[in-house]
Design a protein around this ligand. Structure first.
Ligand SMILES: C[S@@+](CC[C@H](N)C(=O)[O-])C[C@H]1O[C@@H](n2cnc3c(N)ncnc32)[C@H](O)[C@@H]1O
Length: 217
């Protein structure tokens, strides 16, 4: 981010996937690396996301059921709602204030997304074709951590126990048998641990795309 978090919150808007998202101090400021999560879903849907590059073979049906866990500003869910018209998109967060921001972003951009309050997948019914999640994965003990730069964003959106992997591991457990594809964002230094854990829970690694890990069940 070229601007500081303080400046972005003051401005109240952040670009994500070419669209302006409203951001308040209740939500994480969308990061460029998270755009790869959207790319990964579009790739499964056989949609071109880089001009001139041949799209992959579509592996999702025409009306995929997609769940975004830890939606924050709604940047992933709203973008998917606009890029994959017809998809059935549900987005959850444990924070009421974040959900308010996400709903407003969806309303302003005309995206069809169902928002629910839920602790990970606990309060969500049914199965999905894709579960996508950019959950908190920052470990407070990382020696390279710039705590000052992160201090203005919500702690609930940033930090997790167990080397930053606690929430991701819990979601992997909950998602097993409930989704065909699981797409997770994590720091690349955490990928090996997450891949090992997901394999124990019955997932296979399909692709590693920058910060994104794509698994199939
Ligand atoms: C890293 S932020 C990601 C926000 C947004 N998806 C993005 O990519 O910018 C993580 C989000 O997960 C939410 N969260 C934290 N713990 C959660 C839990 N147990 N269940 C659901 N959401 C949770 C936070 O409130 C926050 O909005």
């Amino acid at each position: 981010m070229a601007l500081s978090a303080q400046e972005i919150y003051k401005h109240g808007v952040m670009d994500f996937y070419g669209r302006d998202f409203m951001v308040t101090p209740d939500v994480l400021i969308p990061r460029p690396e998270t755009e790869m999560m959207v790319d990964a879903v579009l790739d499964l849907a056989g949609k071109p996301f880089v001009a001139g590059v041949k799209p992959s073979r579509r592996v999702l049906n025409e009306v995929p059921r997609i769940l975004d866990v830890g939606t924050g500003s709604g940047c992933i869910a709203v973008t998917l709602g606009l890029e994959l018209v017809g998809a059935k998109i549900t987005a959850v967060d444990i924070s009421d204030t974040a959900l308010r921001v996400a709903r407003e972003n969806a309303r302003m951009m005309g995206a069809k997304v169902q928002f629910l309050k839920s602790d990970l997948m606990e309060d969500v019914c049914g199965d999905f074709d894709v579960v996508v999640a950019n959950l908190p994965y920052v470990d407070r003990d990382w020696e390279w951590l710039d705590t000052k730069a992160l201090s203005i964003e919500p702690e609930l959106a940033l930090y997790a126990e167990n080397g930053g992997c606690a929430l991701i591991f819990e979601l992997i457990r909950q998602a097993s048998n409930r989704t065909k594809f699981l797409i997770l964002e994590a720091d690349p230094s955490q990928h090996d641990r997450i891949i090992d854990f997901a394999k124990q829970e019955g997932f296979s690694l399909r692709e590693e795309r920058g910060f994104a890990l794509v698994f199939n069940s």
